[in-house]
Design a protein around this ligand. Structure first.
Ligand code: GLU
Length: 552
């Protein structure tokens, strides 16, 4: 019998001569501190990054950093039909943007690799997986299955019609007990096959499983003979690759989405079959969003904010996105932040138990608030550098303007900044142009002014008198204001708003109208940051040009 298994195993894997022990020697225990956590971000290279993947990678990073452990990136590309070229490079760039760079990785495009536990790309680990599968065949714990696609379809159909569990188990596992000699014959005849695990589980038996986020859970044992190697490309399935890689790479903590909870029975059985210690699991909550009156799962189809590109295109500072995600990841993060306003987020002691199992509500208004506060506390140089970097990528024309007017732009960003209660004008970098365009002559062309609330001759009159008799670019703010008041008195506009309320018939209008006319003339807008600051930055030439254009 054993001879026959050997024959079968050699027939399927003729070139595999190594053993599991060889690999265990090659990848020994990591030399880390007692409590060090080894985490991994294991994306499938599908070409985009969902916020539901960002959250686990952020947690992976935090857990590794605060335990002096290792955070590595593993490219799970065994589903070749879903693999998109450049996807890993994209993921690397996202991690880099957020400064969540992995300690170990393998990048094909630049031929860079770091770490002793690679290859970190699953499709390059075929020989390793085959060694583990060969081992199972030799032990009689896995077998070749010759079910065709049509047969599988008809099994699935009849199972769903009879409301039975879907899968190859019990009497559906037609090739489970096929004599080994038969299997050898079929393979020699060129029949195609997959390799399945010969499950020893009993669906009616339960086992307990401790998830670090969700606590103790109970599951029925797996009894499905899951495929572990596909026929087409002889690559392992996700479940099998997960077992081999997390074992050999010595992962201590697996952080992944709730959608994987239903796979626990399979993973439990796989680890048990080999006698390997399971890593600890943290199944993170679904990310939810409020949609009208309902709360639902955030969706990459419906919600632009589900994709990480959204935050970059809008120009949210990376730390702001991290802050918002940390806030929903751990219920005590916000309180911690209040007590530690300047601490780095990795200093927060992340506790899987403090994750909500019912879902994490992601709120864009909250993100915006965090962002406004954050940007308001940056220096003008920091704002300038960030807007420039953003615009170089997303608005090259604006980036040229910014480069041409570097100090000038910084002065704009500096309006009521660097004080105890700074202005909160900007939520993300993409809106800065919309909020400051009028400061640049290049954009202040072919524009419409709306003076419809005022008498046109009076507008011209006020502007002319102001420019000729009352405007002086050297005036300090209080003098500047005194002069406007002086002009108002002369032209019979009230400067005392209380008096104006009671005796409005005595006046042509009030100082509010006068300053508004000046404001519109210089910016087209009725609300802007402090007019004095705007005028100070615009300077005499621009002010003169803009006002004269209207007078004419
Ligand atoms: N490749 C899987 C995914 O992208 C990884 C799940 C895991 O972390 O184990 O969802």
């Amino acid at each position: 019998m054993n001879n026959e298994r050997q024959k079968l195993a050699d027939l399927i894997f003729p070139t595999i001569t190594k053993t599991i022990e060889d690999y265990e020697k090659q990848y020994p225990e990591r030399n880390l501190g007692e409590n060090a956590k080894v985490t991994r971000f294991a994306p499938s290279p599908t070409g985009f990054m969902h916020i539901g993947h960002f959250m686990p990678s952020l947690i992976d990073y935090v857990l590794a950093r605060q335990s002096e452990g290792i955070f590595y990136l593993r490219n799970e590309d065994t589903d070749t039909s879903r693999t998109v070229l450049g996807a890993v490079e994209y993921i690397r760039s996202v991690l880099n943007t957020y400064d969540l760079n992995p300690d170990e990785y393998e990048y094909r495009d630049t031929n860079e690799t770091k770490g002793e536990y690679g290859p970190y790309i699953q499709s390059e680990r075929k020989e390793i997986y085959h060694t583990f599968i060969k081992h199972l065949i030799l032990e009689g714990k896995a077998y070749p299955c010759f079910l065709t696609g049509e047969e599988m379809d008809s099994i699935r159909e009849s199972q769903s019609k009879d409301k039975r569990r879907i899968g190859i188990y019990g009497r559906y596992a037609k090739y489970r007990d096929l004599p080994v000699s038969e299997a050898i014959k079929r393979i020699e005849n060129g029949e195609s096959y997959t390799i399945r695990l010969k499950s020893t589980g009993d669906f009616n038996r339960k086992f307990k499983f401790n998830d670090l986020a969700n606590g103790e859970m109970e599951f029925p044992e797996n009894d499905i003979d899951i495929p572990i190697m596909k026929s087409k490309d002889r690559l392992p399935t996700y479940h099998f690759a997960h077992l081999v890689d997390d074992h050999l790479m010595h992962t201590t903590h697996v952080v992944r989405g709730q959608e994987w909870i239903s796979s626990i029975p399979i993973h439990y059985e796989l680890f048990k079959t080999f006698g390997f210690k399971m890593p600890k699991y943290i199944h993170i909550p679904l990310i939810l969003k409020k949609d009208g009156d309902t709360i639902r799962k955030i969706s990459k189809r419906l919600d632009p904010e589900a994709k990480m590109t959204y935050y970059e295109e809008k120009g949210y500072p990376p730390l702001v996105v991290i802050e918002a995600v940390m806030t929903i990841a751990n219920s005590n993060y916000e309180a911690w932040r209040e007590g530690h306003p300047d601490a780095h987020f990795t200093e927060f002691e992340f506790s899987p138990k403090k994750m909500s199992s019912s879902g994490a509500l992601f709120d864009l208004d909250k993100l915006d608030n965090i962002s406004k506060n954050y940007i308001s506390k940056l220096s003008k140089e920091e704002v300038y550098a960030s807007v420039l970097a953003w615009s170089e990528k997303y608005d090259p024309e604006f980036s040229l303007i910014l480069k041409k007017y570097k100090d000038y732009s910084m002065e704009i960003y500096n309006i009521e900044r660097e004080r105890k209660k700074p202005r909160k004008d900007y939520t993300y970098y993409s809106e800065i142009k919309d909020k400051t365009w009028y400061m640049y002559d290049e954009y202040f062309k072919d524009i419409q002014y709306d003076f419809s609330a005022y008498n046109h001759e009076e507008v011209k009159n006020i502007l002319k008198i102001y420019l000729n008799d009352y405007y002086n670019e050297l005036d300090e703010e209080n003098i500047w204001f005194e002069k406007i008041k002086e002009m108002c008195t002369k032209l019979n506009y009230a400067t005392d708003m209380k008096d104006y309320k009671v005796n409005s018939e005595n006046y042509k209008g009030s100082i509010v109208e006068v300053t508004n006319i000046i404001r519109i003339a210089l910016t087209t807008l009725t609300t802007t940051p402090n007019l004095y600051d705007i005028m100070r930055i615009l300077g005499k030439e621009r002010i003169k040009n803009r006002i004269e254009k209207i007078i004419q």
